[in-house]
Design a protein around this ligand. Structure first.
Ligand code: 5HY
Length: 248
């Protein structure tokens, strides 16, 4: 099975980290190929970043369809472009926030999310609502560190994340932690060992969900709102994105 793991931001080092986490979580026989779009924000920390990054995600999904991938993962905790991606993909498309929240609900009656910038907490809140996970989501916390600082050893990111996780376990009545950024993929195992609770990171969670769906021969329904988009003309430099080419 081949899974395309899309990092919607355009920072190669983060794509490499995501790729390593995805392949490490994959079952024998699964190849996880991590990519990022050629165009878009270096990190995603706002609604605006998300909106623009979604176009890059759709670029990669279209390419992935032509390259014959069995499934796709959207590796940004805002799950940018998820439903639009499902419209143009034949195989399953899973977002890391969606997968992490659902898997957390299998191992605890409540989880807290620990993410980067405080301003992105509302995005995770909206997704918890949208996915029907609001009653499991006890709290969404932020370490208030920019996404790209996660890789800066001087930022003490892992210490800040661990401290926020401890606060969540002390105060939020949660039994599990969901890491709210793909850039935290490499922190889950050591945090779980330190804290003694399930710590779920979305890249591994989403790879596992895609593997399960493909294994069960479950693909995105093309009946109703996730059918291929109606063919039409797109003007200007979005011309190449016109859905006409997809339906054929
Ligand atoms: C992510 N941003 O997973 C989100 C996390 C966030 O560039 N990759 C990003 O903080 O919203």
């Amino acid at each position: 099975m081949r899974i395309k793991v899309i990092n919607p931001n355009t920072t190669d080092s983060m794509t490499r980290k995501i790729g390593a986490a995805a392949q490490a979580a994959a079952r024998p026989g699964t190849v996880a190929v991590a990519v990022n779009p050629a165009r878009g924000p270096v990190s995603i920390e706002s609604h605006y970043d998300e909106a623009v990054a979604a176009v890059g995600v759709l670029d990669e999904i279209r390419r992935g369809e032509a390259e014959g991938f069995d499934g796709h993962v959207i590796a940004c905790f805002g799950d940018p472009g998820l439903l639009a991606a499902r419209e143009i993909a034949s195989g399953p498309v899973v977002g890391i926030a969606e997968a992490a929240m659902h898997l957390a609900s299998f191992v605890a009656t409540g989880f807290s999310v620990v993410t980067t910038l405080a301003r992105t907490c509302v995005i995770a809140e909206h997704l918890a609502e949208q996915y029907g996970m609001a009653r499991f989501c006890r709290n969404i916390r932020a370490i208030d560190l920019p996404v790209l600082d996660l890789d800066d050893p001087g930022s003490e990111a892992s210490r800040l994340v661990a401290a926020e996780c401890r606060r969540a376990l002390e105060r939020d009545r949660c039994g599990a932690i969901v890491l709210g950024c793909a850039g935290m993929a490499d922190l889950a195992a050591s945090l779980s060992a330190q804290l003694g609770v399930p710590v779920i990171e979305g890249v591994s969670a989403a790879v596992g969900v895609v593997e399960t769906l493909v294994g069960l021969r479950l693909a995105t329904s093309k009946h109703g709102d996730l059918a291929y988009p109606p063919a039409k003309l797109y003007r200007g430099d979005f011309h190449a994105l016109a859905p006409t080419r997809l339906a054929s």
